[in-house]
Design a protein around this ligand. Structure first.
Ligand SMILES: [Mg+2]
Length: 269
């Protein structure tokens, strides 16, 4: 992982948008700081597309798409994207239909029972009520932090049911269905902006911090980790190409400053 100074000016000049994880990338110790929020606004105001790509639930993403300074949001690790249309109305695009949602919900209920029985100390995430597609197991947000072996155990219980399980900095997110952060980001950019995979690779920076961001680090040449990504280095096969000096929101702010200085976004809000 190279320091941000290694970002080439020529590459930065092609950047049109920023894709950002939320927890422990934008947020610091569980809070969205004024500085990180202002950095989002500064990027959007400078003409960049700003798109959070998060494991957080649909209920939160409704709020984020409506009220934050963002262009769109991908939530629940790629289960959907939300954005506001030209008239300001909220548009919701899901990766599954109602029948799949119902059937997958029942299968996730079985996993929920198995995890709680087999991993003492694990909890159901407090934001579970606002989710539409996944089951989020809390291992350190509102429960006492669990050791790595227990996190691995949660993942293996989920996988034994044929589900996908990804570890974020606070939750293990568990779902059925062929989607992840990257697949829904590609769908979003194709549908809203007519962009190809090549366009995506050239025009966007992705910034994140944990193993559920790995498909993005693998895809984006301009993949950036905030400094705390090092905590998960041994859980990741493909670390980001670049890393900030600061952790969490401070790292995001530093990246935003570099982009506003060197990027040449085309669009204006
Ligand atoms: Mg994160």
């Amino acid at each position: 992982m190279q320091h941000l100074d290694g970002l080439r000016t020529a590459d930065l000049a092609r950047v049109r948008g920023v894709l950002t994880d939320i927890d422990d990338t934008l947020t610091t110790a569980g809070r969205l700081t004024p500085g990180a929020y202002a950095a989002l606004d500064r990027l959007l105001d400078a003409g960049f597309r700003v798109i959070p790509i998060t494991g957080r639930p649909a209920g939160w993403c409704d709020h984020i798409a409506r009220m934050w300074p963002v262009s769109a949001v991908v939530g629940e690790n790629g289960a959907f994207y939300f954005h506001r249309d030209a008239g300001g109305a909220l548009v919701k695009r899901y990766a599954f239909d109602d029948v799949e949602r119902f059937e997958n919900g029942r299968r996730l209920d079985a996993i929920r029972e198995a995890v709680l029985a087999e991993v003492p100390g694990a909890g159901i995430a407090s934001d579970q009520d606002y989710r539409v597609a996944d089951l989020a197991i809390d291992f350190c947000e509102d429960v006492a932090p669990l050791p790595d072996a227990d996190i691995d155990r949660i993942v293996s219980v989920a996988e034994s049911f044929g589900a996908t399980a990804k570890v974020s900095s606070i939750h293990v997110n568990i779902w059925f269905g062929e989607f992840d952060k990257l697949s829904m980001t590609r769908t979003l950019c194709r549908e809203l902006f007519g962009e190809s995979d090549d366009d995506l690779r050239q025009r966007y920076v992705f910034v994140g911090d944990s193993p559920n961001d790995e498909p993005m680090f693998r895809f984006f040449p301009l993949g950036v980790g905030v400094a705390n990504v090092r905590r998960f280095a041994d859980r990741m096969q493909t670390p980001p190409a670049f890393v900030t000096a600061g952790e969490c929101g401070a790292g995001f702010e530093a990246l935003a400053e570099v982009l506003v200085m060197h990027g040449q976004p085309e669009q204006k809000r």
